[in-house]
Design a protein around this ligand. Structure first.
Ligand code: UDP
Length: 317
């Protein structure tokens, strides 16, 4: 703990959903936090409860534009990205830029400051996987020119760049592959399935199921993910590690669980399946278990209860 108190952590995308929870976790450990965010999908309200803390600095800037960061930095955590499919499809070029130029700039800060570096990568590097569940050794099945490629390929490039910095400069890097995560501070208009289904349920609007709803995902609650990220940063593992909850379920089943948890009578309506939407996704987390001693503990019902309470206060304002 004594060592951690002195640490100064730079978090790109620190005003976003995952980034803001990370800022909070480091502040709670006594670290100083520098949060860089251009607020495209991040929001000041996400960092509102600690914005005025002495150990917290917010810089409204784009990591794609290289800028000097004043003072020492012990670790750089690169979370700036557009993570929701509707967001990255709308901001396709920005998404490619933050995965490439943004990652290079963040790596350069780490190199200059002799800091550790952690890349927030994604289960999307596996594309529409032909191997199930997905292990880190699987190279993936990505359409390089499809609409989702702006996200998938930029993250794959970001991984390649991070490994090259590790091999070429000896930078102390880590790569985490984040599977579907949910929790407080997701935006109701985010477009991902859990915020959509919760806000539709609370507004008594139809739940929009894409395709026939048989496609699967595995949902991890934010507090579990944050615990995994902290362990990954402190580990000696330089190759990618999956962080997610292996509790796999179909989108249709998720709709039913959310209807029950909100007590909503909303009907389901079916909409076209987005292009290249992965049919199944479930992390193999053996590596995280062995190398980090980490596994998620919070059941879906419990995480949903907290997330629904958050959305209720947001939507009832
Ligand atoms: N989805 C859905 N209805 C929605 C939003 C998403 O059926 O209103 C589906 C989407 O097609 C995908 C799954 O839910 O199969 C998860 O989508 P999300 O956008 O949350 O994340 P992804 O895993 O696709 O990045």
């Amino acid at each position: 703990m004594g060592k951690k108190i002195k640490q100064r952590i730079l978090i790109t995308g620190g005003a976003g959903f995952i980034g803001s929870h990370l800022c909070e976790a480091f502040l709670a450990q006594g670290a100083s936090v520098v949060c860089v965010d251009n607020l495209i999908t991040g929001a000041r309200t996400n960092i509102g409860s600690f914005l005025k803390e002495k150990k917290f600095v917010f810089l409204k800037q784009d990591i794609c534009v290289p800028k000097k960061i004043a003072g020492p930095v012990d670790a750089v955590l690169h979370f700036a990205s557009l993570a929701s499919p509707p967001d990255y499809l709308k901001h396709s070029l920005r998404t490619l830029r933050v995965g490439s130029t943004g990652t290079e700039n963040a790596l350069e800060v780490a190199r200059e400051k002799k800091a550790r570096f952690l890349l927030a990568s994604t289960s999307e590097v596996y594309g529409d996987p032909l191997v199930h569940p997905q292990k880190e050794s699987y190279f993936g099945h990505v359409n390089p020119i499809g609409p989702r490629s702006v996200y998938d390929e930029s993250k794959r490039y970001a991984e390649a760049l991070t490994m090259a910095y590790h091999r070429f400069y000896g930078l102390n890097t880590k790569i985490i592959r984040i599977f579907n995560t949910y929790g407080e501070r997701m935006r109701p208009e985010d477009g991902r399935v859990i915020p959509n289904f919760i806000s539709q349920s609370l507004r008594q609007k139809p739940l929009t199921v894409y395709g026939d709803g048989s496609q699967t995902r595995s949902y991890c609650y934010i507090d579990d993910l944050i615990a995994g990220i902290l362990r990954a940063l402190d580990s000696d593992l330089h190759t990618p590690v999956n962080l997610g909850n292996p509790n796999e379920m179909s989108v249709l089943n998720l709709a039913k669980v959310i209807l029950k948890a909100t007590g909503s009578k909303s009907p389901l309506i079916y909409k076209p399946l987005p292009v290249d939407d992965p049919k199944q996704r479930k992390p193999d987390i053996s590596l995280a278990r062995e190398a980090l001693g980490w596994q998620p503990n919070i059941p879906l019902e419990q995480g949903l209860e907290k997330t629904i309470a958050y959305f209720r206060t947001l939507l009832c304002r």
